[in-house]
Design a protein around this ligand. Structure first.
Ligand SMILES: NC(=O)C1=CN([C@@H]2O[C@H](COP(=O)(O)OP(=O)(O)OC[C@H]3O[C@@H](n4cnc5c(N)ncnc54)[C@H](OP(=O)(O)O)[C@@H]3O)[C@@H](O)[C@H]2O)C=CC1
Ligand SMILES: O=C(O)[C@@H]1CCC=N1
Length: 274
C-alpha cells in the first residue's frame, strides 16, 4: 500500500506537489489535503481525485507523512491544533514553510518529532521542481529515504546537512522561479518594443530559457563556457552581455538573493517569538 500522505493546506505549493505526485504515478487515494474552506477543496478533489477534509485532526489520524503547507504566519495555530494527534501517532513531519526552524515547529507540535524541512518550488507541478531538504536528528534512514522518494516524484532533491542552508536554498530555488518569470516579463516587454507581437516574444523567451537550462544540464561545459560559445567576437551577444555586466546584473542578483535569505531569517525570528 502507498504511504499515506496528508497535506495541511491545499494552496499553491501543496497543489503543485500533489499534481506532480499524481502525474508521477502516486495513488490519489493515498493523498489527503486540508483547507478551512469546503468551497476551495471541492475543485481540488475534483481535479486530483484525492481525499479532502476541512478538519486537520481527522485528516492526520491515518497519515504516515504529514506535510505542513500553510503560510508561515498560520503555522503556530495549525501546529498547536495538531499537537496531541501528532504526538500520539508520530508520523514523519515534512514542513515546506520558509524560515521556520525545526525546533520551533517541534515546540508548537508538543515536543521531539522526526522532522524534515523541505524548501520546494512550484515547478513541482510539472515534475520539474527543485527541493532542498534537511532532516533533524530524530529522522531515521528509512524516513529520509521516504522524504527523498516523495520529493523526487516531483523533481530534483538536494539534501543539506546544516539547517541554516535552507535559507540559501530558498534564495536560489524556492523563490527562484519568480526571478525567471520576471525575466520572461521583461524580455517580452523588450521584444514588443523591438516590434515583435507579445505572444511571439513570450514564446521565444520561454523556449530559450527552457533550451538553455536543458542544454546546460546535459553538457559537461560550465555555464561560462556555454555563454562564451554564444558570444561571437564582435557580435550581437557580446554587446548584450557587456551591457548586462556593466549594469552589474551579478551584483543585483546577489543582493536580491541576500535579501531573500535575510527575509527567511527575519520571518523565523518574528514568528517564533509570537
Ligand atoms: N508558493 C511557493 O512558491 C512556495 C511556498 N512555500 C511555502 O509553502 C507554504 C504555503 O505557501 P503557498 O502554498 O504559497 O500559500 P497558499 O496561501 O497558496 O496556501 C496555503 C493554504 O493553507 C490553507 N490554510 C490556511 N489556514 C489553514 C488551516 N488552519 N488549516 C489548513 N489549511 C489552512 C489556505 O486556505 P485559505 O486560502 O482558505 O486560507 C491555503 O489553501 C508556505 O509556508 C510557504 O513558505 C515554499 C516554497 C515555495
Ligand atoms: O515567497 C515566499 O515566502 C515563499 C517561500 C519560497 C517561495 N515562496
Amino acid at each position: 500500500m502507498s504511504t499515506r500522505v496528508t497535506f495541511i493546506g491545499a494552496g499553491n505549493m501543496a497543489s503543485a506537489i500533489i499534481g506532480g505526485m499524481i502525474d508521477s504515478g502516486y495513488s490519489p487515494s493515498a493523498i489527503t489535503a486540508t483547507s478551512p474552506s469546503d468551497a476551495f477543496l471541492a475543485p481540488v478533489n475534483e481535479r486530483y481525485g484525492i481525499h479532502t477534509n476541512t478538519d486537520n485532526v481527522a485528516a492526520v489520524t491515518q497519515a504516515d507523512v504529514v506535510v505542513l503547507a500553510v503560510k508561515p504566519q498560520m503555522m503556530k495555530e495549525v501546529c498547536e491544533g495538531l499537537a496531541s494527534v501528532i504526538q500520539r501517532r508520530r508520523p514523519l513531519i515534512i514542513s515546506v514553510a520558509a524560515g521556520l526552524d525545526a525546533a520551533t515547529l517541534e515546540g508548537w507540535l508538543g515536543g521531539e518529532l522526526a522532522m524534515v524541512r523541505c524548501m520546494p518550488n512550484t515547478p513541482a507541478l510539472v515534475g520539474a521542481g527543485a527541493s532542498g531538504l534537511f532532516a533533524n536528528a530524530s529522522v531515521s534512514d528509512e524516513q529520509r529515504q521516504l522524504a527523498t522518494e516523495l520529493m523526487e516524484a516531483v523533481g530534483l532533491v538536494e539534501w543539506v546537512e546544516e539547517e541554516a542552508l535552507l535559507d540559501a536554498v530558498t534564495a536560489v530555488s524556492g523563490s527562484g522561479p519568480a526571478y525567471f518569470f520576471l525575466m520572461f516579463e521583461a524580455m517580452e516587454e523588450a521584444g514588443v518594443k523591438l516590434g515583435l507581437p507579445a505572444e511571439t516574444a513570450r514564446r521565444l523567451a520561454m523556449q530559450t530559457a527552457f533550451g538553455a537550462a536543458k542544454m546546460a544540464m546535459a553538457s559537461d561545459k560550465t555555464p561560462a563556457e556555454l555563454k562564451q560559445n554564444v558570444m561571437s567576437p564582435g557580435g550581437t551577444t557580446e554587446r548584450a552581455v557587456e551591457h548586462l555586466e556593466s549594469a552589474d546584473l551579478r551584483r543585483i542578483l546577489a543582493e536580491a538573493m541576500d535579501a531573500c535569505a535575510a527575509r527567511a531569517r527575519e520571518m523565523a525570528t518574528e514568528l517564533s517569538n509570537r
